[in-house]
Design a protein around this ligand. Structure first.
Ligand SMILES: Nc1ncnc2c1ncn2[C@@H]1O[C@H](COP(=O)(O)OP(=O)(O)OP(=O)(O)O)[C@@H](O)[C@H]1O
Length: 287
């Protein structure tokens, strides 16, 4: 199972270059997409999900040309967008049945069994006959994952899926996605860098519409070993460091500044080495 993206580019009117020659090769498992606001993640995900056109480039899912054969691709696709509207008067059971039908599950019995299975999985079976309009944010997200997973998609795309979920719901959500990723490609976009490190065996960082890094999160961090330094500094020292060193990030702790620096050599007295984390890579690459 492979998703191949070649030379994908998209420019919006107003000359915003949202994607610039994006090349990615993604295999089965969880794939993390990391990028600052406006980096191009949603544009990339919507284009893969056949919901918008790129200006140029290719997308192939195994032997299917996703750009030319959207109808075939959609049968293999599950998509949970960042914001998704619901039909407030519908019940989750009815809506899931309709989605299952659209995904090609024509047998009534099979459809009912499948819908019950997913409702149970996302903990919505008890409320299957309530109107979606009365659902909380967390319930809506859980419904979102059920509609994305139904029909055993080969490719599942989830765009910032955990916004608004409490810690328990977030863990459940990721467990469901991880299980699905044993048999599918799951593309996960999130701003929560540690989640990507914990969950994904492959990832990419996008900056200004370009892929600036792709690989296994732990392996991507290896070149940063022994190169991340930190020190508590005053405001004045911090201003000076920003002029003279490669400051990648800082934390404010009880009024003090903890400055993180990327450097081959010790940046000055009192600095200590820290084990690099994905956040460091993210800040270095997006500069
Ligand atoms: N429909 C549109 N028309 C014009 N410009 C757009 C449109 N959609 C997105 N953009 C611009 O394209 C760039 C990429 O946007 P995109 O939404 O893909 O980024 P993102 O990485 O998903 O951001 P976020 O993390 O904030 O959701 C941004 O500069 C954005 O303002």
């Amino acid at each position: 199972m492979k998703l191949e993206i070649k030379n994908l580019s998209k420019r919006y009117s107003g000359e915003v270059c949202a994607l610039s020659n994006v090349n990615l090769s993604i295999s089965k498992g969880m794939f993390g997409l990391l990028g600052a606001n406006g980096a191009g993640k949603s544009t990339l995900m919507r284009t893969i999900a056949t919901l918008q056109e790129a200006d140029k480039g290719e997308i192939r899912l195994d032997n299917i040309d996703v750009v030319k054969n959207k109808h075939e691709a959609r049968k293999l696709l599950g998509y949970l967008p960042q914001d998704f509207g619901l039909y407030p008067q519908e019940t989750p059971e009815n809506l899931l049945k309709q989605i299952a039908y659209l995904k090609g599950i024509k047998g009534k019995k099979e459809r009912k069994a499948l819908v019950s299975y997913y409702l149970d999985k996302v903990n919505l079976y008890k409320v299957r006959n309530q109107k979606l309009g009365g659902f909380s944010g967390g319930m809506t997200r859980r419904f979102g994952i059920a509609q994305a997973l139904i029909g055993n998609p080969k490719l599942i795309i989830v765009d910032e899926p955990t916004a608004g979920l409490d810690p328990e719901e977030k863990t459940n959500f990721y467990n469901i996605l991880s299980e699905a990723s044993e048999k599918a490609i799951v593309i996960l976009s999130t701003h929560i860098v540690e989640d990507i490190h914990r969950l994904c065996n492959d990832m990419a960082i996008i900056s200004g519409g370009k892929v600036v890094e792709q690989g296994n999160p732990s392996q991507l961090l290896t070149p940063l070993n022994d190169k991340i330094w930190r020190k508590k500094v005053t405001k004045k020292e911090f201003e000076n460091l920003k002029e003279t060193q490669n400051v990648i990030r800082y934390e404010l702790i009880s009024g003090e500044i903890l400055a993180y620096i990327y450097s081959n050599d010790i940046p000055g007295d009192g600095f200590e080495h820290v084990v690099p984390v994905l956040e460091d890579l993210f800040f270095i690459k997006r500069k």
